[in-house]
Design a protein around this ligand. Structure first.
Ligand SMILES: *Cc1c(COP(=O)(O)O)cnc(C)c1O
Length: 390
């Protein structure tokens, strides 16, 4: 029995007519850039997340780039983030000429560890007397923001992280690219920091028919700046007060996403049920000593963008499942502090033991909404067979 990691065709079959009608409407209008579809999707996502402002951009990566730049991050600056995340989180920082400063994850939720953040800012940074800037002592860079990631669809400890960032006067950008629809203490992922960034990459829980992204903010001033930056820094056509990007969400993407958004809660619930099935199955088969189910942290929901187990003999298990036609994936096999392109930052392999360990021990199982009961059972049975517990 084949179990793909993700089956977008299965989802498409359920909404095909509505998607076609929406795309056709855009084609008939011949309005492709910054029209009603984008404006409407922005309103709908803002309402979905209960924030006043949403700004469509060309990708999740660009959502990060525009947010960072809107907060004034540039050459000589630094941004605190985690080394265990998708590359774009740190890549966006680097592409602005700034330095990613890594702080390790908390190993149960795989997100920024607030205690480590606190001690990093206290011990490795200091406030410069002349201008009150927070300086990273080893590099001399000015620390400008904290960039936590809600990895796999569950929020970081935002209350603690926000409290620490506030004490140091640092704004927060949430990388919520994997967490649209997740809730933390009654607040939507992406609505808590100064900016929240989403991706509509096709494999995300809300995926377009290509690249797309969205920025959330509760600040009118920041929203205004982000809106300018996505169109070359112009407010009035051909008048540029800052240098921006060409990073707009296009109308066809927005039209497709508007068809899909109303389904997102039901899709997330189906992911949640699949996750529960696996977690119960892993426990019932007595596998918990070899393969640990994801930890559900208190006061928040998990939308299971990925269902990630932590397991012994990970690569062998992956190969075994592959032979049984079960696709799995390693997110992410190399922690960012160990990537060739970041070697110049001077980190050692052992600097972030939890990130390193996660990169060696985690495996994502298929958890997409349309999985059948038989497929899920096949996954659990196959893991049991691998560990000799069938
Ligand atoms: C997907 C993702 C991004 C980037 O989104 P794109 O739309 O692919 O540019 C950034 N951060 C995280 C954590 C992601 O999962």
């Amino acid at each position: 029995m084949k179990v793909p990691l993700l089956d977008l065709q299965a989802q498409y079959r359920t909404i095909k007519d509505a998607v076609h009608a929406a795309v056709e409407e855009v084609l008939e209008s011949q309005r492709f850039i910054m029209g009603n579809q984008v404006a409407s999707l922005e309103k709908e996502i803002a309402a979905f997340c209960n924030v006043p402002f949403a700004i469509g951009v060309a990708s999740g990566t660009d959502a990060l780039l525009v947010s960072l730049k809107a907060l004034g991050v540039g050459a000589g600056d630094a941004v605190v983030t985690v080394p265990y995340t998708f590359f774009a989180t740190a890549g966006a920082v680097s592409n602005l000429g700034a330095r990613p400063l890594f702080v390790d994850i908390e190993p149960r939720g795989y997100a920024l560890d607030p205690e480590k953040l606190d001690s990093f800012l206290a011990k490795e940074c200091s406030v410069q007397q002349s201008d009150r800037k927070l300086i990273h002592k080893a590099s001399g860079s000015a620390v400008k923001a904290v960039l936590p990631v809600h990895l796999f669809g569950q929020c970081a400890d935002m209350e603690e992280i926000s409290g620490i960032a506030r004490r140091y006067g640092l704004p927060i950008i949430e990388d919520a690219c994997q967490a649209l629809g997740a809730v933390y203490k009654g607040k939507a992922a992406g609505s808590i920091g100064d900016f929240g960034c989403f991706s509509f990459f096709p494999s995300k829980n809300l995926g377009g028919a290509g690249d797309g992204g969205m920025i959330l903010t509760s600040s009118e001033k920041l929203a205004d700046r982000a809106r300018m930056l996505r169109i070359h820094g112009e407010r009035d056509r051909y008048y540029h007060s800052v240098v921006g990007f060409n990073s707009r969400l296009d109308e066809i993407q927005a039209a497709v996403l508007r068809v899909k958004l109303p389904h997102l809660p039901e899709w997330s619930e189906a992911r949640g049920r699949n996750a529960e099935f696996y977690t119960r199955g892993i426990e019932a088969a007595g596998l918990s000593d070899f393969a640990t189910a994801p930890t559900l942290l208190p006061d928040r929901t998990h939308i299971f963008h990925q269902y990630v187990i932590r397991c012994e003999r990970r690569d062998e298990l992956q190969g075994f499942l592959k032979d049984r036609e079960i696709d799995t994936k390693v997110y992410y096999p190399v922690s960012l502090h160990e990537q060739d392109c970041f070697l110049s930052l001077g980190y050692g392999r052992n600097d972030f033991p939890h990130s390193h360990a996660a990169s060696k021990e985690t495996l994502a199982l298929p958890v997409y909404p349309e999985l059948t009961p038989e497929q899920k059972q096949h996954v659990v049975d196959s893991i049991a067979a691998f560990y000799g517990n069938a």
